[in-house]
Design a binder for this molecule. Structure first.
Ligand SMILES: [Zn+2]
Length: 232
């Protein structure tokens, strides 16, 4: 358990991992973790004491520091007005109960399992057939994009038929070595990620993943004995 006293001692470390963005959100640049693959990531602040390490979600730490309060109860939820889970700006945080959190998530279309029924799935499939984006469909029905993707691939609700819709079998395309090198080169030159994505004709998430070293890392290639990309 990270107490307020302990947190105060490490406060300088906490703020050294925060980057204030133009949009007003203070983004956590340290470690992050998502509880489930389809859930958004939350920042994590690790405090070490006498060889033991304690972990606290960074937005909770920010709330504690700002309001000078102890958050000992896991039922004291700290919610985001801005809906940016990595944001630690105290002005964007509020204390709520689990119920508040659920209501807030439902309002913002992030509720974990809103009920779908046959009629809604038919409408989703219709939109998929019309090539509407997964993001848009997810927003309309208040479900996650992962759910839309699973419906699109026929993993769930496959028995529901809709004219013009066929389960997608499209697989993610593998990037070529040249494409990765080009992405890395552009990133290194400070080209905005959006621009990089459109230049190389890949999705922004692919560029983001390369930028943060989640995929196509040099060290990983070297370890496997494959020729590196040459641009770090
Ligand atoms: Zn924010």
């Amino acid at each position: 358990m990270v107490t307020l006293k302990l947190l105060k001692e490490k406060e300088h470390l906490f703020w050294s991992r925060v980057k204030k963005s133009d949009g007003g959100c203070w983004l956590w640049t340290g470690q992050s973790k998502r509880s489930y693959p389809h859930k958004p990531a939350y920042g994590q602040f690790t405090v070490c004491l006498k060889g033991k390490s304690f972990i606290l979600r960074s937005h909770r730490a920010s709330y504690m520091l700002h309001h000078n309060v102890e958050l000992t109860n896991s039922k004291q939820f700290i919610c985001h007005h801005c809906d940016v889970t990595m944001c630690v700006n105290p002005d964007h945080l509020f204390l709520g109960t689990n119920e508040d959190n659920m209501k807030d998530m439902a309002k913002k279309g992030r509720a974990c399992c809103p009920k779908l029924d046959v009629e809604k799935v038919v409408r989703i499939k219709k939109m998929l057939a019309e090539k509407k984006s997964h993001r848009e469909i997810a927003r309309v029905f208040g479900v996650s994009r992962v759910m839309v993707c699973r419906i699109n691939r026929g993993r769930v609700w496959a028995h529901v038929k809709c004219n013009g819709w066929e389960p997608s079998t499209r697989k993610g395309r593998r990037l070529t070595k040249d494409e990765v090198s080009e992405i890395k080169r552009l990133l290194k030159n400070g080209t905005p990620r959006k621009q990089v994505a459109s230049n190389v004709n890949v999705s922004l998430s692919v560029v983001n993943r390369i930028a943060i070293g989640r995929t196509h890392r040099e060290e990983a290639r070297q370890k496997k004995g494959i020729e590196p990309y040459g641009i770090l």
